[in-house]
Design a protein around this ligand. Structure first.
Ligand SMILES: Cc1cc2nc3c(=O)[nH]c(=O)nc-3n(C[C@H](O)[C@H](O)[C@H](O)COP(=O)(O)OP(=O)(O)OC[C@H]3O[C@@H](n4cnc5c(N)ncnc54)[C@H](O)[C@@H]3O)c2cc1C
Length: 336
């Protein structure tokens, strides 16, 4: 296998990846190693999508660092382990623990400086454009990809955004999919998740190693980023609401959401909250899947990938991104 940064003979093939989450970055890495010229476009301020880490600076000495999307991951498949071994070797990730509550011997990994670090590491050798929202795509021998202020052109297009957002973009572009494929893609839906990022005055009461899954009406997960080791200068706690709370309170104002969720977590927080922020994830974990690693259209050089395809979470997104990379390479007549 080629290593990071290695390139094979440069081909003339070009590909645009819409979505700089983990799946799009993995595909882009695979393609770049094949010599394909690849450009990644992402609408976010930072790279990584749901690999999301944020700093909240309260004072010169108090700075909270929060993983507020992905919290940790484990490995089931050997293909994924190859990437994870590289991230471990490069000091991008570390083992957090072997389970929350009872240890089961399976490593749970997290980013050394937050999970967004994985995306930054993958992006460093790629042509990545953030703050770049794609608003329309069209195909006539080449793809023309329109963002709010620039056009890009390529032979192949990968959409690695949550499936409902891919369908919205295709609708805005007046691109009609074959009916059967449209129905299958429309059946992929995602849970919402409201997240509270709470900076505490003193250490939380969340048990070691700093994460707990709850069976609560309001809360499904609490993480202590200080214990996790990514927030040395602030007692930063991430609270994830249940899917039903997130649906019920999606349009409520931030103060009401914070009051309800912080009150529900009071025993675990065991501290005054200095400041907080709320983040609303419209697409957190998929409820349903496409049940293939990725989808390629025969009519257009268009491929779809992401965590809504074969399996949820980081591992599912990586496997989907790898499959898309292999398929696109093959379409260009390259061995993957
Ligand atoms: C709250 C929460 C908790 C989670 N916890 C875990 C966990 O503990 N463990 C785990 O393994 N997984 C977890 N996940 C799931 C994991 O984060 C996702 O499965 C994975 O990150 C999905 O990657 P992706 O590349 O498929 O999609 P995304 O990360 O969503 O990437 C899609 C990208 O597309 C971009 N985009 C969308 N539309 C456009 C457009 N028009 N133009 C340009 N760019 C666009 C977005 O900005 C985004 O960056 C969690 C997710 C959430 C939200």
């Amino acid at each position: 296998m080629l290593q990071k940064g290695d390139r094979q003979n440069k081909s003339n093939a070009t590909c645009i990846v819409i979505g700089g989450g983990i799946s799009g970055l993995i595909t882009a890495t695979v393609l770049q190693r094949q010599g394909i010229e690849v450009t990644v476009l992402d609408k976010g301020r930072g790279i990584g999508g749901r690999l999301a880490t944020r700093r909240i600076k309260y004072s010169e000495s108090i700075v909270g660092v929060f993983d507020y999307g992905t919290q940790y991951f484990n490995v089931e498949q050997p293909e994924f382990q190859i990437w994870v071994d590289d991230w471990l070797q490069q000091g991008v990730i570390k083992k957090w623990c072997e389970g929350f509550g009872e240890a089961d011997g399976k490593p749970r990994y997290c980013g050394v400086n937050g999970t967004r670090g994985i995306a930054k590491y993958l992006a460093q050798d790629l042509d990545v454009h953030v703050n770049t929202k794609v608003v329309k795509v069209s195909y006539d021998k080449h793809w023309l990809v329109e963002t709010e202020n620039k056009h890009y052109q390529a032979d192949m297009l990968l959409m690695s955004v949550p499936v409902p957002q891919a369908l919205e973009l295709l609708d805005a572009s007046l691109i009609v999919l074959p009916l059967e494929i449209r129905f299958s893609l429309e059946s992929i839906s995602y849970h919402r998740c409201i997240t509270v990022l709470a900076l505490l005055e003193k250490p939380s009461n969340i048990p070691a190693p700093g994460g707990i899954t709850l069976e609560d009406d309001y809360l499904v997960w609490l993480a202590d980023n200080y214990q996790k080791g990514i927030s040395p200068h602030g007692y930063a706690v991430t609270l994830h609401a249940t899917s039903s709370f997130s649906d019920d309170y999606w349009n409520s104002d931030d103060a009401e959401i914070a009051y309800k969720l912080l009150s529900a977590a009071a025993d675990y927080l065991d501290s005054a909250v200095i400041t907080y922020q709320i983040h609303r994830w419209r697409y957190s974990l998929p409820k349903t899947f496409y049940f293939e690693p990725c989808l390629a259209l025969l009519e257009l050089p268009l491929v779809f990938a992401g965590d809504g395809f074969v399996a949820p979470k980081i591992e599912g997104a990586v496997l989907s991104g790898m499959a898309a990379g292999k398929l696109i390479s093959q379409r260009f007549g390259l061995k993957s």
